[in-house]
Design a protein around this ligand. Structure first.
Ligand SMILES: [Zn+2]
Length: 272
């Protein structure tokens, strides 16, 4: 599933196509009106038709497109991708929606598994209620991390995956930041030392920023736009590396399941 760096890469790729343009209409495709989560097609178009796009940004794993009377939000879920125009070789059965701009540009929403959704919100209170602080925001600081973790006896990995605790992290980056911080994924949050929390606090924005620089990680379906690939897969240290050597200590990286999620770690660097 696309995580913060992947969604930010999509935003960075599509911003030049969308910003300051006017929306003509939004269509659902292949009879899949379900792609519109909050409105019927008619109602959604009443809100967005003829509206100018004033900002394209990201909140958690949502792509947010601001228009004057609200926010059009897209969640890519497992396999959603955006694409400018349609090619002869595309399997159009996988297209779920189409944003028509007044300048005649067409942005397709392509989604093999069809879990991706489009929302319209008058204001972002619903999103802000569902999502914790952004990792690059000042509200995500060492004090927040330390005091919140101290209150939790649960394991650190599911805590970091919880979008209400911190927005945007998913399975790949949680494994990477925990390895970088030398924290075992099953470590109870309230048992993590101050030094390791400090390392974690530093590692999260650094690793995310580095991934954004390389357009995120393409492992299976993700594409930042029009068949380009995210190159951060070349810089992963533990995710998907079970059976290979830890880059820090040469111990063989293990894969276990933590809260049903495949989890990669070094048993020597990350002691429980
Ligand atoms: Zn190691």
């Amino acid at each position: 599933m696309p995580e913060l760096p992947e969604v930010q890469s999509v935003v960075n790729h599509f911003k030049p196509y969308l910003l300051n343009q006017f929306i003509h209409s939004i269509d659902y495709l292949n009879n899949y009106e379900k792609v519109f989560e909050t409105h019927s097609s008619n109602d959604l178009n009443k809100h967005v038709a003829n509206q100018k796009i004033s900002k394209v940004w990201r909140r958690g794993k949502y792509i947010v497109i601001d228009v004057s009377n609200g926010h059009l939000c897209i969640h890519l879920r497992m396999t959603g991708q955006l694409q400018v125009g349609c090619n002869k070789t595309d399997n159009t059965n996988h297209f779920t929606a189409l944003i028509n701009l007044k300048n005649k540009s067409k942005i397709y929403f392509k989604d093999y598994r069809k879990f991706g959704r489009i929302y319209f919100f008058k204001d972002l209170s619903i999103l802000n209620y569902r999502l914790g602080p952004e990792p690059f925001d000042s509200s995500f600081n060492y004090k927040y991390l330390k005091t919140t973790l101290a209150k939790s006896r649960g394991m650190i990995k599911p805590k970091l995956l919880n979008q209400m605790f911190i927005a945007g992290l998913g399975n790949i980056y949680v494994d990477e930041v925990l390895w970088q911080s030398k924290i075992h994924p099953e470590k109870p949050c309230n048992k993590i030392s101050g030094i390791k929390i400090k390392r974690l606090f530093n590692a999260i924005p650094i690793i995310l920023q580095k991934s954004i620089k390389f357009n995120g990680t393409t492992i299976i379906n993700f594409s930042p736009g029009n068949k380009t690939k995210g190159e951060f897969a070349n810089y992963l240290n533990v995710f998907g590396k079970q059976g290979q050597s830890c880059p820090k200590c040469d111990t063989i990286i293990r894969k276990i399941f933590v809260s049903q999620r495949g989890t990669h770690f070094c048993p020597k660097c990350q002691k429980l």
